[in-house]
Design a protein around this ligand. Structure first.
Ligand code: MG
Length: 502
């Protein structure tokens, strides 16, 4: 049996703006793979050869070319240059015309819209099912937004439309079609009538199908609730992220969780995330990671305890610990910190001078000083301008801190101000993404048994990349799904940490 497949991917996908401003919808990645990759892989695993697949592209065709050249060089591109003034029946017409003229020897044609993710086993069963002509559909499900099908008493499909009522609907179509050679020839005639005779270029493919049902027997193929998602808007994309995630949360032994934006938003707990930690603290070990050096570790223990999470000081990971170790080599530093951190450093390093002293200071230590003022900024600048060998240390480099009232300046904003004044930037930092912060945890558990969860790509995710640990991107803090789409490294994406167990 010779099988051929056509993927309709010409549209703009405007409901997924702003992501589709920079890429076609079917090249958006879900769980690290482009949406169209699920379809191509599904067809190939079901026995269709790469060279027997065509994609009708329109919007942003060069990006498809690049993707296919790299991954599936034998897949054929049919370009619908008029995608702005036509709808997908015109793309289908182009594909059917191509097949009619170039591929006369096939037995079955498969057609799908490029914005769906399908379970691979389901695709295998559908491609190899006994029906000569069928529509993959989910019986017993009704989705207002989706195409529904109606069948007669012999279970032959007689209608397909979005507007079909719940009473009449037999199943929801998942936009995946199988047609015999004869059905394809008939469909081509019907579509030619719309496009060539009536010059009706703005129709949807589904409008042609009921005419075909009058001529050919087409049956529903029940996917038996195997997973599929049609991605029309942002909410659908988040559903796809969750449904098609390959992250196995039970396979981990310990979780390293970022605090701001992941478990809390300022002082407000992010409830589903907090519940995940609470409900699983007997099963996994938890560590809590923060770059925030305006608070001592015991304040975080308190904050977590108040939210109902049992936590000891050894579970808090902050740049303050590696900083203290590092400063042991100095006798005099200029410590820029709030009162809380000043007493914490004094307690831990009782023999070191921490006051501004132009003559003796060997290093500047900038923390997230929530009491910073002009005289401190001036002292830092004077030291940097005049003492060429002084070490400039910053505990971390985050530019802002997310709170329930929006972003507020973090240490990175102070660093920028100093840079504008002196042209100097820190020589040494300790916070995320520096692996120093979690080295002892990696030694204890091993990379494979750990996961890092966080909302900030350039610190949390970078730390995970630097240490070869699985990263869970949560969208409960500063990172948006648009940021994720622009970033090639995000794989596991969830609205919040609580969703990983669903
Ligand atoms: Mg964060």
């Amino acid at each position: 049996m010779k099988k051929y497949a056509v993927i309709l991917a010409a549209g703009i996908g405007s409901r997924l703006y702003p992501i589709t401003e920079i890429m076609p919808k079917s090249l958006v990645k879900v769980n690290g793979r482009e949406i169209v990759d699920y379809q191509i892989q599904g067809y190939i695993k079901a026995g269709i050869k790469e060279e027997d697949i065509s994609i009708v592209t329109g919007y942003r065709t060069p990006q498809f070319r690049e993707f296919l050249l790299k991954n599936y060089p034998k897949v054929n591109i049919i370009e619908n240059k008029d995608y702005l003034s036509t709808n997908n029946m015109y793309s289908l017409y182009m594909a059917l015309k191509y097949i009619h003229d170039n591929k006369p020897d096939f037995d079955n044609l498969f057609i799908n819209n490029a914005d769906c993710l399908y379970d691979e086993n389901m695709m295998f069963e559908f491609v190899n099912c006994e029906y000569e002509s069928a529509i993959a559909s989910e019986a017993g499900t009704f989705i207002d937004e989706s195409m529904k099908i109606v069948v007669d008493k012999n279970k032959r499909i007689i209608d397909i439309a979005k507007t079909i009522t719940k009473e009449k609907a037999y199943a929801v179509s998942i936009d995946l079609y199988k047609y015999s050679k004869n059905a394809t020839d008939e469909l081509y005639k019907i579509v030619c009538d719309f496009i060539e005779i009536k010059k009706d270029l703005k129709q949807w493919s589904e409008i042609a199908f009921p005419f075909l049902f009058k001529k050919v027997d087409v049956f529903p193929f029940d996917i038996k609730h195997k997973k599929w998602v049609e991605v029309d808007n942002m909410e659908d994309l988040l559903t796809a992220d969750k449904k098609f995630s390959t992250f196995d949360y039970k396979s981990k032994k310990a979780y390293i969780c970022d605090l701001d934006g992941t478990l809390f938003m300022g002082n407000e707990p992010i409830t589903p995330a907090i519940n995940f930690v609470k409900n699983n603290s007997n099963i996994f070990d938890f560590y809590f990671l923060t770059n925030n050096t305006s608070k001592t570790p015991d304040k975080y223990v308190q904050k977590l305890n108040n939210a109902g999470i049992p936590c000891k000081i050894s579970q808090i990971l902050t740049p303050l610990y590696p900083l203290i170790e590092y400063l042991k080599k100095y006798k005099s530093i200029y410590l820029v910190s709030n009162k809380e951190i000043t007493s914490f450093i004094k307690e831990n390093l009782p023999d070191i001078n921490i006051e501004y002293d132009y003559n003796t200071n060997e290093a500047i230590v900038l923390t997230y000083d929530t009491e910073i003022d002009y005289s401190k900024m001036k002292n830092i600048s004077v030291l940097l301008n005049n003492k060429k060998n002084i070490e400039y240390i910053a505990t971390h480099a985050d530019t802002f801190c997310p709170t329930e009232k929006g972003n507020i300046p973090d240490i990175g904003s102070f660093i920028e101000l100093i840079k504008l004044t002196t042209s100097e930037t820190p020589d040494t930092t300790f916070g995320k993404p520096s692996i120093n912060l979690i080295k002892h945890i990696i030694e204890k558990y091993g990379e494979k048994n750990l996961a890092i969860a966080g909302d900030r790509l350039y610190t949390d995710m970078q730390l995970a990349i630097n240490s070869n640990i699985d990263f869970i991107t949560v969208l409960s803090g500063e990172t948006s799904r648009f940021d994720v789409a622009k970033n090639n490294s995000c794989k596991f994406v969830y609205k919040n940490l609580g969703e990983i167990t669903d």
